[in-house]
Design a binder for this molecule. Structure first.
Ligand code: CUA
Length: 363
């Protein structure tokens, strides 16, 4: 899933400038014109391809009623703007060409103002704005509707820089990976532990702020199973751009199984190496910030790690959960996610091995 970020090379570098001291022949001039025209087109193509290859994190593939409403509004406004652009630019081009100055022309007749035209181009955009308002207001109300009594309740709490998810009625706390059953209404209550964050999973719903001291909530009903990427959409400090998470929408049976597992204490270490890892939690200072139920670790500053081995991603959704990535994360947290607040002493290879074995085993 996670691909290397594509490097975008500037296509219109020095090559497109004429070489000094050489005269520009028609051929090199044509080449230069092609280069000037092609470079931006290529750059756009590269960015477009990169955008669709890396992630399905898009508003254009909605999987709930709320997200569909937003997509429909977006597309209406987009096409209205396309039509407006074509009409306005077409009229402009027509006038520029049709009434251009020809040789022998004198000064044209001087006019000031044209009442019918001015009324026309004031009313036309006003009508368009009214149409957009008429479509938008009901969408706002439908997106803000309250949940029914059977809705699953979730508290989502923003932290610098990760997401905590609690299921108050089910007694489960987890981080950075929100599990939801498909086709069941869910009410998500947004809170913040420190600064402003914003909860945004484009395929599920538009963004909504997580505000300290205030509870925002919204209701959705996911219709499609799958893993949907989301991220914080409000600048919240150094690691804001790396504050991601995933929503796993699954069948009721899969959700129940997940729930059952989440409710249990941590799985006991399965090897000697893993047992050493558990002992090293104290040495590494992990116990001060993380909770691993069934051990001495009961910190509440960082994510609950009781079942972290079962999560698909680590470091707030930015790395796939593999032993290699876990090792990279533990040995250089600042290199992986600059600004994050995990404090970890320098570890020996043996200590690292044991911690990776232990944490990977926390299924
Ligand atoms: Cu949290 Cu941006």
């Amino acid at each position: 899933m996670h691909k290397a970020r594509p490097s975008v090379t500037r296509a219109n570098g020095d090559e497109s400038r004429p070489i000094q001291g050489r005269r520009s022949t028609p051929l090199t001039r044509n080449r230069r014109i092609y280069a000037t025209l092609l470079a931006p087109a290529l750059a756009v193509a590269v960015l477009a391809l990169a955008a669709c290859g890396v992630t399905p994190q898009t508003t254009l593939e909605p999987t709930t009623e709320a997200a569909r409403t937003a997509r429909d509004l977006l597309m209406f406004v987009f096409w209205a703007m396309v039509v407006t652009f074509v009409l306005v630019e077409g009229a402009l081009l027509y006038v520029l060409i049709r009434f251009r100055r020809r040789s022998g022309d004198g000064i044209p007749a001087q006019t000031h103002g044209n009442t019918p035209l001015e009324i026309g181009w004031t009313i036309a955009p006003a009508i368009l704005v009214v149409v957009i308002v008429v479509l938008t207001v009901p969408a706002i109300f439908s997106n803000a509707r309250a949940a029914g009594p059977d809705a699953l309740k979730v508290r989502a709490i923003g932290h610098q820089w990760w997401f905590e998810f609690q299921y108050p009625d089910l007694g489960v706390t987890t981080a950075n990976e929100l599990h939801l059953p498909v086709n069941r209404e869910v009410e998500i209550q947004l809170e913040s532990n420190d600064v402003l964050h914003s909860f945004w999973v484009p395929s599920l719903r538009g963004k909504l702020d997580m505000v300290p001291g205030r509870e925002n909530k919204f209701t959705i009903k996911p219709e499609v199973t799958g893993t949907f990427p989301g991220q914080c959409a409000e600048f919240c400090g150094t690691a804001h751009a790396l504050m991601k998470f995933h929503v796993v929408v699954e069948t009721q049976a899969e959700f129940n199984a997940w729930l059952q597992n989440e409710r249990t204490d941590r799985v006991a270490p399965a090897s000697e190496l893993a047992s050493e890892g558990e002992a090293n939690l104290t040495l590494g200072g992990c116990v001060a910030c993380h909770t691993i139920r069934g051990t001495d670790s009961a910190g509440i500053l960082g994510p609950d790690l009781t079942h972290m081995g079962s999560r698909k991603y680590i470091a707030a959704g930015i790395l796939e959960n593999t032993p290699e990535n876990m090792r990279a994360w533990l040995s250089d947290p600042q290199g992986v996610k600059p600004g994050n607040t995990m404090v970890i002493p320098e570890l020996t290879t043996e200590q690292l091995d044991s911690l990776v074995a232990y944490l990977q085993g926390l299924k």
